[in-house]
Design a protein around this ligand. Structure first.
Ligand code: COA
Length: 159
């Protein structure tokens, strides 16, 4: 039986930390759906369309990864995509409580879907999209943390 895993997030923007998780899980499951949440509560810097386009282009080399935008509940999107696994990256102990809460709630909403945690690579443990946005907005160098396409997207948006 083929297994599809869904890897959700806001990806505002996708970073090398996310790319590392996507690459590693692409070798573990048959299909990966990287699902980008509209997430208006986070007031994203990049539009949903921009975030989706960037992740789609950047992850093209991973042939079993598909990128989709989504609104609404993750478990519903997972069921639609026929995903039986939700993948979450864990960077540090500080992520743990929140992740356990979300995993517990998602399990309550749909007990057919299991959450699997992937330990983020040590060198990216400090990384987050908001830190990258903060540095970029002050003209700092984020080339180590994002794909060149994201660098270009920042240049276009920040002028
Ligand atoms: N490397 C680098 N950074 C990482 C990372 C990794 N491996 N894993 C996570 N991060 C960063 C993210 O970039 C994000 O940074 P930011 O807060 O600066 O933007 C931060 O860690 C938190 O990430 P995450 O917990 O994945 O939050 P998110 O906002 O990216 O995604 C959703 C949250 C979209 C998965 C969640 O809100 C959701 O499922 N929403 C749908 C609605 C729903 O179903 N809600 C009910 C759940 S019970």
């Amino acid at each position: 039986m083929e297994i599809t895993a869904i890897y959700p997030g806001t990806f505002d923007p996708i970073t090398v930390g996310h790319m590392d998780v996507a690459e590693r899980v692409s070798g573990m499951f048959d299909h990966i759906v990287l699902a980008i949440a509209r997430n208006p509560s986070k007031k994203p810097f990049f539009t949903l369309e921009e975030r989706t386009e960037l992740a789609t282009e950047i992850l093209k080399p991973l042939s079993n990864v598909t990128v989709i935008p989504f609104d609404g509940l993750l478990v519903n999107v997972a069921a639609e995509a026929k995903a039986s696994v939700i993948v979450r990256g864990l960077r540090a102990v500080s992520d743990f409580d929140y992740e356990m809460q979300i995993a517990g709630m998602n399990r309550k909403l749909n007990s057919d879907i299991e959450t699997v945690f992937i330990a983020a690579a040590q060198e990216y443990a400090f990384l987050s999209s908001s830190i990258v946005r903060e540095i970029a907005s002050h003209q700092g160098d984020v080339s180590e943390f994002v794909h060149p396409m994201v660098l270009d997207a920042f240049k276009r948006k920040l002028g």
